[in-house]
Ligand binder design. Sequence first.
Ligand SMILES: Nc1ncnc2c1ncn2[C@@H]1O[C@H](COP(=O)(O)OS(=O)(=O)O)[C@@H](OP(=O)(O)O)[C@H]1O
Ligand SMILES: Nc1ncnc2c1ncn2[C@@H]1O[C@H](COP(=O)(O)OP(=O)(O)O)[C@@H](O)[C@H]1O
Length: 398
Amino acid sequence: MSLPQHCPSARELDDLELFAVGALAPARFESADGVLTLVVPDAVGVAAVEAGTLELVEPEGTPIARVTVESTYPAPAGTGIVGSVETLARNEVGPFRRLYLTPVEVAAQHPDAVTVPVTAPLTSGEIEAIRDRAAGRPVALLALAGVGTPVDTDPIGLIRSTLSAAEQLSAAVVAVPLASHGDAEADHALGTTVVAAYAPGEILALPTPADDAESTEQPEASRGVVVFFTGLSGSGKSTIARALTDVVLESGARSVTSLDGDIVRRNLSAGLTFSKEDRETNIRRIGWVAAEIARHGGMAICSPIAPFDQTRQQVRQFVEDAGGDFVLIHVATPLEECERRDKKGLYAKARAGEIPEFTGISSPYEEPTDADLVIDTTGRALDDCLQEVLDLLDPYLS
Ligand SMILES: Nc1ncnc2c1ncn2[C@@H]1O[C@H](COP(=O)(O)OS(=O)(=O)O)[C@@H](OP(=O)(O)O)[C@H]1O
Ligand SMILES: Nc1ncnc2c1ncn2[C@@H]1O[C@H](COP(=O)(O)OP(=O)(O)O)[C@@H](O)[C@H]1O
């Protein structure tokens, strides 16, 4: 029988790489109170428990690790898996792959090096300080370039800038996929362990990004953002999203891509039904595209029904892993008002039993508890609702 397989998130792939090179031990995914976690869709979780083992594959499908499943727990975006990890293969491809050495390789290639952990592009002052403190000894710059760690760049940008600093110092550069897990204290502890594993000798510590995070964090105006409207059919998602798109386009403030529910279903998701499974596929597709837009600093405006909390959480994760912000707007117009509007005549058909699995009638809508804004459009003018959205998004548009 073949094992259940799962492709982990970019953050989880970084953690797996640190397990693989022996920089983090023991190699295991922890329970919900840890940070080294693995979350899979519920169906994969069920199959993994049944098989006792879960095979992890990289995005192109090559198996890279096997997890012996000890227990599971419910997580916002699916099922958390707890268990030990056996590495099958290391990722071989990707930009600057040649710089991703193991701690053993670093010790062999740079035995006398002074190690400098780098989490943000080095300033000329910092380069001079490293030169002074190294006092002629060889230097290895450890670019801590995992998902979410570099403060004012992306992982590849951090490696690129570290290479150019290294030229000035005649230093070596080693890339380390140390991801951020959103818990500053735990991440600091993890970083200390990982840096110690890579450093063959003395470590020259620079100020941590937390010390100057405020001054270097990328401003919202240039950060990628996904504005995600969710709500019942007829609640007003498309109307508000379209008006927002027009305002952003007219202002020229940033590039914007619209991913409206109906339009996506005619193109990217053509052929999908309204079963729970197909709706999840539809939303994950929208989330994947939106995250890519955010990765490149754009704004994606999405307006599907997206009735399931878990799928919305997955989209949030995609976007945050891509370095973007996820703004959730619940257009909470009640069912009675949506049905009264019945713009497309679909509610009447659903009530007559002509449309199965219609959201709000015969298929559930799980209200978000994590929305940044909740708008009930009943009896309100579009401009009034739009202004609330524009106020929320002001930092991204100025
Ligand atoms: N069974 C059923 N349930 C809900 N909606 C239905 C259904 N069948 C067709 N439609 C029309 O499809 C639009 C919703 O598509 P979405 O892709 O946004 O839905 S989902 O997020 O995948 O649940 C929705 O458009 P909006 O009114 O813009 O929301 C409907 O017009
Ligand atoms: N304040 C408002 N904001 C948005 N839509 C509104 C508002 N008031 C009334 N409507 C009407 O409600 C309907 C919403 O339809 P639509 O935007 O297609 O909803 P959805 O995309 O959520 O299915 C439109 O006919 C729109 O004119």
